[in-house]
Write a protein that binds this ligand. Structure first.
Ligand SMILES: *Cc1c(COP(=O)(O)O)cnc(C)c1O
Length: 372
């Protein structure tokens, strides 16, 4: 058998940066300053510039980034407990847990069968007098239709929070993920397109008041040392992770381009009636292929078949939000048919910038030979 093809070989992916990582580790170690210092500040400036926003605030993870933005807006604008926030039914659970953590009420919209992103044509019908915000999720690295989201949001004065945890660098007409909405949340979880060697996250925004509020909330509700205007969290991006992320940010565009090339190669060469590939977006630069999701009616058999031949796959995500035990009180009796189909049929093929041509060809040939 060939050497196994991992879903995502993080050791090999990060080994490319080993020398630079070791150098900044020595620097941070010697500095004696491990939190809220110059490395974090530098990365915040670099990432804000990269996204095309005025502010970036580093935080501990993507869940906190989402939560802190909602907490900040809730306080600044006087939203009440249980005011509503709309999000897609197909996303990682963090998007919804952040809403609940901010003591707001999640309201779901089904996804589109084309791209598995929020079906924006259904958005307006879910708006009520208590709706305060909408969270478009750029799932799998593909940008949600932000023009359409913003039109509905403007009509109803909704706050637009992008969940960009899977879409670092995705762009449309030169505007990057994070620069479309009023604010955006990023995760630097190791497996993301821009991933740390541990947890990390950030918020980006052009709203100075919001950025300041998030910074205070992420620091025990404090702007001035030992003076706490309100309750907050302790949520920091540390100096070492920030320094590592600055190094990896330099290669993000190149890595994303490689992901796009492999995605195109998959789409052009996968030739089997048993799977349906994602459609190629109108403009190549839109999509950064955090994942390569296909649909199949034979998921279990296909996954076992590939596993036996040394090819790892994953499912994103097998249980939709409205079927999650932690969220059922909000969505009893609700059904989102497209989301349920995606949850039942989705399979993510190996995808990373360091896959080799031989590996991709092996995945394709193996898949093309599959019969249920
Ligand atoms: C990863 C992810 C998050 C949460 O990020 P963490 O850093 O793991 O907390 C939020 N939303 C989406 C869509 C994600 O993929």
């Amino acid at each position: 058998m060939n050497t196994p093809i991992k879903f995502l070989d993080l050791a090999a992916l990060n080994a490319r940066f080993a020398r630079k990582f070791e150098a900044v580790f020595q620097e941070v170690l010697a500095s004696g300053w491990y939190l809220s210092g110059s490395a974090t500040q530098r990365f915040e400036q670099q990432f804000a510039a990269y996204c095309g926003t005025q502010h970036c605030v580093g935080v501990a993870n993507g869940l906190d980034a989402l939560t802190l933005i909602l907490m900040a807006q809730k306080e600044c604008l006087g939203w009440e407990d249980d005011d509503e926030v709309i999000l897609p039914a197909m996303t990682f659970v963090a998007t919804a847990q952040a809403v609940v953590r901010a003591r707001l009420r999640p309201v779901l919209v089904d996804v589109s069968p084309e791209d598995f992103l929020m079906d924006v044509s259904l958005l307006e019908a879910t708006v009520t007098s208590r709706t305060r915000a909408v969270i478009p999720v750029h799932l799998y690295g593909r940008l949600c239709d932000m023009d359409a989201v913003k039109q509905v949001a403007e009509r109803h004065h909704l706050f637009v929070l992008e969940d960009a945890a899977q879409a670092h660098g995705a762009q449309r007409n030169g505007v990057r993920a994070g620069a479309f909405g009023h604010a955006a949340a990023f995760s630097f979880y190791p497996g993301k397109n821009l991933g740390a060697l541990g947890d990390g996250g950030s918020i980006v925004t052009n709203d100075t008041e919001l950025a300041d509020k998030v910074r205070a909330l992420a620091n025990y509700g404090s702007r001035k040392k030992y003076y706490h205007e309100g309750l907050g969290l302790n949520s920091r991006l540390d100096e070492l992770q920030a320094a590592l992320l600055s190094i990896k940010l330099e290669s993000l565009d190149e890595d994303n381009q490689q992901r796009q090339q492999w995605a195109r190669y998959y789409i052009e060469h996968l030739n089997t009636p048993y799977i349906q590939c994602p459609t190629w977006p109108n403009a190549i630069e839109e999509h950064v292929f955090h994942l390569f999701p296909v649909l199949t009616d034979h998921r279990e058999a296909l996954q076992t078949y590939l596993h036996k031949r040394g090819i790892d796959t994953l499912v994103h995500y097998p249980i939709p939000l409205h079927r999650q035990p932690c969220l059922t009180p909000y969505f009893r009796d609700k059904s989102f048919p497209i989301t349920e189909q995606v949850a039942a049929k989705e399979l993510s093929l190996p995808m990373s910038p360091i896959l080799s041509k031989v590996e991709i060809d092996t995945v394709i040939q193996t898949l093309n030979r599959f019969t249920p």
